[in-house]
Structure formats: structure tokens, C-alpha cells
Design a protein around this ligand. Structure first.
Ligand SMILES: CC(C)(COP(=O)(O)OP(=O)(O)OC[C@H]1O[C@@H](n2cnc3c(N)ncnc32)[C@H](O)[C@@H]1OP(=O)(O)O)[C@@H](O)C(=O)NCCC(=O)NCCS
Length: 186
């Protein structure tokens, strides 16, 4: 997966030397990590994750990429594309079956200093292009905490529709859904 380049950003595989940046921007700031993954991680735990992410195969279809601001060459956040067995979200109008569907989620977090500039939007557009044009995924599905207004707005700007999660025991009260417009259902 990747690397990708946008007007202001590089999306590339993590390096172990990104530890300080990603720890500071995402995992040390409650305003960022609470809405993203719920709880903080220690520097040692982030280092453990970086070991996996830094050695992620270039051929892997899914995984994590560092979001790098071209102007400063610093890591300002991360984005991931991750398949998951969907036992978390149920959408209105979709039948309940005895099996769980395999879905793909695009997750992301950006340091607060970089909010409000359209950088998350630019990042997500590149990843959606890859997910839909290259991987030909039928759709992307994300859970969102209902008070995460910035994320809801971003998902809407990206073209997602926002649904209520009918499984009320999940922390994510909302589910964002983006269908692949390149795939026509006959
Ligand atoms: C969710 C998150 C990535 C959104 O970041 P963001 O900066 O608000 O999102 P965008 O990149 O779409 O930027 C939109 C803002 O940039 C402004 N903007 C400036 N230039 C822009 C451009 N060229 N294109 C689009 N928007 C632009 C928009 O007007 C908007 O401003 P506003 O925030 O004052 O309304 C960020 O809040 C975050 O990391 N939160 C914590 C983690 C998280 O919640 N992850 C998602 C879990 S579901």
C-alpha cells in the first residue's frame, strides 16, 4: 500500500524515527486519541506498534501509513485501511444474517495543530482513490463517536452518508458509509 503523494503531503510507510512525532501528535493528546482509539498508549507501546508498521510489506493491500507534511518533512498523523469482521455496526435497512460481513474501515488521526486546513480531507481523498480504484472495494465503513463533530463533517465532505448504529452497545453511535461509485450493483 502506498506510498502516495498529494499537493501538501506524503503518505508513506512509518520509520522507527517517527516515534517522537506520532507519539506527540496522536497518543499524547487526549483530544486526538480519545476520539480515535479511546485510550492513550505509552511511548513503549507506540514503539511496539511502529515495529510492525515500519516493516509492513510494500505489497500489503492494507495497513498504516504516516502522514508527512511536505513543508516540514514531519509526521503529523496517520491513516489506516483495515479489514474487520463486522460485529460492531448494524445499519438501518440492511438485513440481519447469521454471519458477520467482512468490511473495510479507513481510520485516521491528525495532530491538533494541523486541524482546520483540509489536510485530513486531502489525506483521505488519496486513500479512498486507492481503495476504490486499485483495490476495487465495494464500500468503506467507519464507526464514529456521536460527539465527534469534526470527523462527522469530514466524512460528509468526503461523500460518506452517516447512519445510526443499530447496535447500541458499541461506543460508536454513528456509522459512516461510502459506496464505491465505480461499482454498479445490477
Ligand atoms: C477528524 C480529524 C482528522 C478532522 O480534521 P480536520 O482538520 O477538521 O478535517 P479537514 O482536513 O477536513 O479540515 C476541515 C477544515 O479545514 C478547512 N479547510 C481549509 N482549507 C481547506 C481545503 N483546502 N480543503 C478542505 N478544507 C479546508 C475547512 O474549512 C474546515 O475548517 P473548520 O474546521 O474550521 O470547519 C481531526 O479532528 C482528528 O484527527 N481528530 C481526532 C481523531 C479522530 O477523531 N479520528 C476519526 C475517528 S472516527
Amino acid at each position: 500500500m502506498g506510498p502516495f503523494e498529494t499537493q501538501r503531503l506524503y503518505l508513506r510507510r512509518f520509520r522507527l524515527t517517527d516515534l517522537d512525532d506520532i507519539y506527540t501528535q496522536v497518543y499524547a493528546d487526549p483530544e486526538v486519541y480519545r476520539m480515535y482509539c479511546g485510550e492513550t498508549l505509552s511511548r513503549a507501546q507506540v514503539h511496539q506498534r511502529l515495529l510492525h508498521r515500519a516493516y509492513q510489506s510494500g505489497y500489503a493491500e492494507f495497513g498504516y501509513l504516516a502522514i508527512v507534511l511536505k513543508k516540514t518533512s514531519r509526521v503529523i498523523g496517520q491513516i489506516n485501511l483495515t479489514p474487520f469482521v463486522n460485529s460492531y455496526y448494524r445499519l438501518p435497512g440492511e438485513p440481519t444474517t447469521p454471519t458477520n460481513a467482512l468490511e473495510v474501515e479507513m481510520g485516521f488521526a491528525i495532530g491538533k495543530a494541523y486541524w482546520g486546513q483540509g489536510l485530513a480531507f486531502e489525506t483521505c481523498q488519496a486513500m479512498i482513490r486507492y481503495a476504490f480504484q486499485d483495490l476495487k472495494l465495494p464500500r468503506l465503513l467507519s464507526g464514529i463517536i456521536a460527539t465527534n463533530t469534526r470527523s462527522i463533517n469530514l466524512h460528509k465532505r468526503l461523500g460518506y452518508r452517516i447512519e445510526r448504529n443499530l447496535l447500541q452497545d458499541d461506543i460508536c453511535g454513528l456509522v459512516a458509509v461510502l459506496e464505491n461509485p465505480l461499482i454498479r450493483n445490477s
